[in-house]
Design a protein around this ligand. Structure first.
Ligand SMILES: Cc1cc2nc3c(=O)[nH]c(=O)nc-3n(C[C@H](O)[C@H](O)[C@H](O)COP(=O)(O)OP(=O)(O)OC[C@H]3O[C@@H](n4cnc5c(N)ncnc54)[C@H](O)[C@@H]3O)c2cc1C
Length: 388
């Protein structure tokens, strides 16, 4: 190691995405000297800016539900607390059921979600149509509705966390690639990039789709793999749709799809390919739009009049069971993982940023202790998230 040690930090966060930015904000707010390093030229340029902005607390497990409940509090009050417009819109989420099997799944799930204290109800067809009048009524049985969920802009949110983190003293280094992590006597001591060396007491792996590579720098096998997903946006039109609509019926080439109308009028949509498309390819395909538009128009015929303006592709940092990985490495002191956010890293970010601070300060609450086993890097990865 011939490079000069540039500075000492209490914490170095690798990645300025959906997780790294809120983590930096929280650490800096508590006076922890923080450096965020990203290989890209500005914040949120990888998975973060490719997210479509959906935010829900209505998951199938207590860990994500609890983190996202807190995230919703932060997103929904951000403007009045910190002054930035992050385009929060509390439109709610609707999961539709057109077949008995989805009706059964969603009704069962609603019972579990209610037991976590979530605001979600099963609505029959007539009541659901009051919430989303343009849904195709043929064969519609009903669906779940969670009015407190919503959406916001991933890029505006990442920039808001970034701006405030910097004002609070966090440093961000862009166009810098982390190449090595030095471990001395079982604890992290420095991060080496292509530009220099930073000594530190704590390293946070928030490298999203590259979590496995950054894990391997300390000899850890982190089970996160990039899974390619596409999305698109239409022209803006007058508001006609409030909630995010999710259809979990599997179909040829896709397992589910979802769409909503953003606060600025555009309809934004996404599909979950089946089987998964593993790898780092972020070039759009010609199969996505024909597949998703057919499914969307079936569920909401009115959408056929909309023109698509742009499509893009990004990466879900996937874990084998669909749950994030949050916690310290057992055998390397000062190495903290906050990775594997799958398709929910944007909505998890703000709540997770606060949990990361409590982990760093060894100040966990009782409910943190209850949810951390679900997120443990050392769990069996044998379960399956029902609402990936
Ligand atoms: C099409 C699509 C739609 C989605 N929709 C939603 C949604 O509606 N709601 C939701 O919550 N989530 C959604 N997601 C998922 C969400 O985007 C991710 O879960 C989230 O962005 C992951 O956050 P992250 O911070 O872990 O990763 P990222 O945001 O990718 O941040 C990781 C950062 O680490 C940096 N990095 C990696 N390795 C290194 C290194 N060696 N040195 C320096 N820097 C490094 C990268 O450059 C990157 O900026 C969607 C994703 C896609 C692709």
């Amino acid at each position: 190691m011939n490079k000069p040690i540039l500075n000492h930090y209490d914490a170095v966060i690798i990645g300025s995405g959906s997780v790294g930015c809120p983590a930096a904000f929280n650490l800096a707010k508590s006076g922890i000297k923080t450096l965020v390093i990203d290989k890209d030229s500005s914040v949120g340029q990888e998975s973060n800016k490719r997210a479509i902005g959906g935010i829900r607390a209505t998951h199938s497990d207590p860990a994500k539900s609890q983190l996202c409940l807190r995230s919703i509090e932060i997103f929904s009050t951000w403007r009045e607390t910190y002054g930035d417009d992050i385009e929060w819109y509390p439109g709610g989420y609707v999961f539709v059921a057109y077949r008995e099997q989805e009706e059964k799944t969603l009704k069962e799930l609603t019972r579990t979600q209610k037991s976590f204290g979530l605001d979600i109800n099963w609505l029959d067809k007539a009541d659901l149509l009051k919430i989303a009048p343009d849904l195709n009524q043929n064969d519609l049985i009903g669906g779940t509705y969670s009015p407190k969920d919503g959406n916001a802009s991933p890029l505006l949110a990442a920039h808001a966390f970034y701006d405030h983190a910097r004002q609070l003293g966090a440093e961000f280094h862009f166009r810098e690639n982390v190449k090595e992590i030095i471990v001395n006597s079982g604890r992290v001591s420095a991060v080496v990039t292509d530009k220099g060396v930073y000594s530190c007491d704590l390293v946070i792996n928030a490298a999203g789709p590259w979590a496995k590579e950054v894990g391997s720098l300390v000899g850890m096998d982190v089970p996160v793999n990039p899974d390619s997903h596409e999305a698109a946006i239409t022209e803006p039109v007058a508001r006609f749709l409030d909630p995010m609509i999710v259809d979990i019926r599997p179909s040829s080439g896709s397992s589910n799809f979802y769409f909503y109308q953003h606060i600025t009028g555009q309809v934004i949509f996404c599909i979950t390919p089946s089987p998964n498309i593993w790898g780092y390819d972020v070039n759009e395909t010609s199969s996505f739009l024909p597949m998703v538009s057919k499914r969307m128009v079936e569920v909401m015929p009115r959408l056929k009049n909309l023109r698509v303006r742009r499509a893009w592709r990004g990466l879900y940092p996937m874990t084998p069971d669909g749950f994030p990985i949050v916690g310290y490495a057992n055998n390397i002191e000062g190495y903290l993982l906050a990775v594997g956010m799958c398709g929910q890293g944007f909505m998890l970010g703000p709540g997770l940023g606060e949990l990361i601070l409590r982990l760093v300060q060894d100040n966990l609450t009782e409910s943190d202790r209850e949810i951390l086993p679900y997120l443990s890097p050392y769990r069996q990865f044998a379960g399956q998230e029902l609402l990936k």
